[in-house]
Design a protein around this ligand. Structure first.
Ligand SMILES: [Zn+2]
Length: 271
């Protein structure tokens, strides 16, 4: 696991330059290849960029961490509903507003089509608004979808976005028993990743724990396990979610990745 705030020292100058230049009418595309699995916050935490600051130039070295040409989780969380809907429209995210959604969701929507070629679906009859999500989570997923699609994913099968009565307490920054981000439509539990060739990567069946203290600082040999780890860590390297929990976290997460916006208590958490 890893907490980190220092990553913003290099991320925000880079993000600002990239976003003002590139945030347009299509889904944002990442600037890096995503190959640097250790290129996320854990590396920056150990070796902070000495030149980072308000006037620092974005990293240009080939080995620099990948930076999405969009919004990180902090920027997404700060959007008002109107600002978020405007951004969804700019990025051409297919969605519909949900009038009868639980009141705990600030900007409730349903996705009505794929994001950057990736469909998000509950693989059984949907009940209890499990397919409803907040607009801001949709933005984060739109960015992640670009990374997933580059890795051959065309569908993510989920347990739920919104889930009533869901409780958190999984991070040390959150008191046990407080509502989880699922209660606000700001979390996703992803269980399966379907590739364009029909292969299905299952978190329950294919996850291999890298065994390192920092989950995204490790690697595994098994092909499917390595592919899953890469999908998972692509989101972390791009700072798209505040909290990411894998099967490495505990047995309750043995069959899905939990990713949320806003659940880090003002920080970031990976396990
Ligand atoms: Zn969850």
């Amino acid at each position: 696991m890893a907490y980190d705030r220092s990553v913003r020292l290099w991320f925000f100058p880079a993000l600002t330059v990239a976003c003002f230049g590139a945030c347009g009418a299509i889904l944002p595309r990442p600037a890096g290849s995503g190959e640097e699995q250790g290129g996320g916050p854990e590396v920056v935490e150990e070796e902070p960029n000495p030149v980072a600051g308000p006037d620092a130039e974005p990293p240009v070295e080939p080995e620099a961490p990948p930076v999405p040409a969009g919004l990180d989780a902090d920027a997404v969380l700060a959007l008002t509903p109107d600002e978020c809907f405007t951004k969804l429209d700019e990025w051409e995210v297919p969605y519909e507003r949900v009038d009868d959604a639980p009141a705990t969701i600030d900007a409730p929507i349903r996705l009505t089509g794929p994001l950057a070629g990736v469909t998000y679906a509950v693989p059984w009859t949907v009940t209890n608004h499990h397919d409803v999500l907040d607009c801001r989570l949709a933005l984060a997923l739109a960015e992640w979808s670009v990374l997933l699609h580059e890795r051959g994913v065309v569908e993510v099968r989920i347990y739920s976005f919104y889930r009533a009565g869901s409780r958190g307490g999984v991070t040390s920054r959150r008191a046990q028993g407080q509502p989880s981000q699922h209660s606000y439509g700001l979390a996703i539990d992803a269980g399966w990743f379907v590739k364009a060739d029909g292969d299905v990567l299952s978190v329950l069946d294919d996850w291999v724990d890298p065994g390192t203290e920092v989950t995204c600082g490790g690697s595994v040999d098994a092909a499917d396990g390595a592919a899953l780890l890469d999908l998972y860590c692509s989101a972390w390297s791009a700072r798209l979610f505040h909290v990411q929990l894998s099967p490495a976290h505990n047995q309750e997460h043995e069959n899905h990745f939990h990713l949320d916006v806003g659940g880090g208590g003002g920080g970031w958490y990976l396990d």
